[in-house]
Design a protein around this ligand. Structure first.
Ligand SMILES: Cc1cc2nc3c(=O)[nH]c(=O)nc-3n(C[C@H](O)[C@H](O)[C@H](O)COP(=O)(O)OP(=O)(O)OC[C@H]3O[C@@H](n4cnc5c(N)ncnc54)[C@H](O)[C@@H]3O)c2cc1C
Length: 322
């Protein structure tokens, strides 16, 4: 059993920001537990190569309040930035340690990972984000076409195919614009117009639509999918059908409710209950990043690190600095 003053679960932008702010405040040791073999798994695996990483996301501009910040840059530049942060602040990240249990006890928390590590800490910050579980449509995906229906960009993006992208947010717009360079792309969205795209994505999508690279099918609602040979037949609720080589759903992520409820975190509907510092109903257990924010973003995740650590210092100073 290792001991830490703060155990952070997840090495995404929020977990890293918590560790940085804690380090700057003089808290030690701080241990970050990450389930994958690298930090920022959401950016590594869900952002396509060369993707623009925008500080303004879902139309929300967030001013930096803590140590970490960034300007628009590519996915690769952003990941290099995070590597530099980890090195500069000497963060202790334990990779391949997926947290399976957080057990509150009288002397603090016991954090247990699938990698065989156990960490005891008076304060735990859970920063595992919402993208481990993408939102899926309400209708079933037929098993014959499962490998042609995507919830993230495959390592080798398709070329020369007929593709349907579903969604109306920044990720749907970016996916459609990215794929339309080498594919025949249609974007299906249930509303008549987009209302939550950032300016750059709105502009790019407009240009792709005006030059005929992306066809917009709006408003359109999908009733279900079926197999058409090895292709995907999409059934729209206006009675029309269309067959595509692939369908990409860009519907966002969902809160890992079972994991949090397993620890004992109380929910208000679908959202975990947290106060202004990110503390849950369990004293000493905080949430950061997408888990605590209504409209999550990378800048929001960075700022949540500062907010959470300020809260920890105000409430548990003797436990984490003693
Ligand atoms: C396709 C796409 C494009 C986006 N583009 C932008 C953009 O341009 N600008 C922007 O601001 N935002 C963007 N976002 C949103 C942004 O990625 C998130 O808001 C941000 O990553 C949230 O940070 P986080 O640290 O809360 O969670 P995450 O980044 O999701 O990090 C969570 C970390 O926890 C780890 N983890 C999960 N479960 C466990 C466990 N049980 N034990 C240990 N570790 C665990 C994961 O491996 C991961 O490394 C985009 C999201 C997507 C999906």
């Amino acid at each position: 059993m290792e001991k830490a003053k703060i155990a952070v679960v997840g090495a995404g932008p929020a977990g890293i920001a918590v560790a940085v702010e804690a380090k700057v405040a003089g808290v030690a040791p701080v241990v970050v537990l990450e389930k994958k073999g690298e930090d920022c798994d959401t950016v590594v695996n869900l952002f396509h190569e060369g993707k623009r990483v925008d500080p303004v996301y879902r139309k929300v501009k967030v001013e930096p309040i803590g140590r970490l910040s960034f300007d628009t840059e590519t996915r690769e530049e952003f990941l290099a930035r995070m590597d530099r942060v980890i090195e500069e602040y000497g963060l202790d990240i334990r990779y391949w340690n997926e947290v399976q249990k957080v057990v509150p006890g009288p002397g603090g928390f016991r954090v247990v990972t699938g990698g065989g590590l156990e960490v005891e800490a008076p304060v735990v910050v859970v920063a595992i984000g919402i993208f481990g579980k993408p939102v899926k449509p309400g209708y079933p995906i037929p098993k014959e076409v499962k490998d042609r229906v995507h919830f993230s960009m495959p390592k080798a993006p398709p070329e020369g195919e007929k593709i349907l992208v579903v969604g109306g947010g920044d990720t749907a717009a970016e996916t459609a614009c990215f794929l339309c360079g080498t594919n025949d792309v249609t974007l299906s969205y249930r509303r008549e117009k987009f209302f939550r795209l950032n300016e750059t994505n709105a502009c790019n999508l407009d240009e792709c639509a005006c030059t005929g690279k992306v066809s917009l099918k709006m408003p359109s609602n999908i009733q279900g999918l079926s197999a058409d040979g090895d292709r995907v037949k999409v059934h729209f609720d206006d009675g029309s059908d269309e067959t595509y080589d692939r369908v990409f759903y860009c519907l966002g992520g969902s809160t890992p409710q079972a994991f949090l409820e397993g620890i004992g975190v109380a929910f208000d509907g679908r959202r975990p209950k947290v106060d202004e510092a990110g503390e849950t109903n369990i004293p000493g257990l905080f949430l950061a990043g997408d888990l605590m924010l209504e409209k999550g973003s990378i800048m929001g995740a960075f700022n949540s690190g500062k907010i959470v650590v300020d809260g920890i210092l105000a409430r548990y100073r003797d436990k984490v600095l003693g």
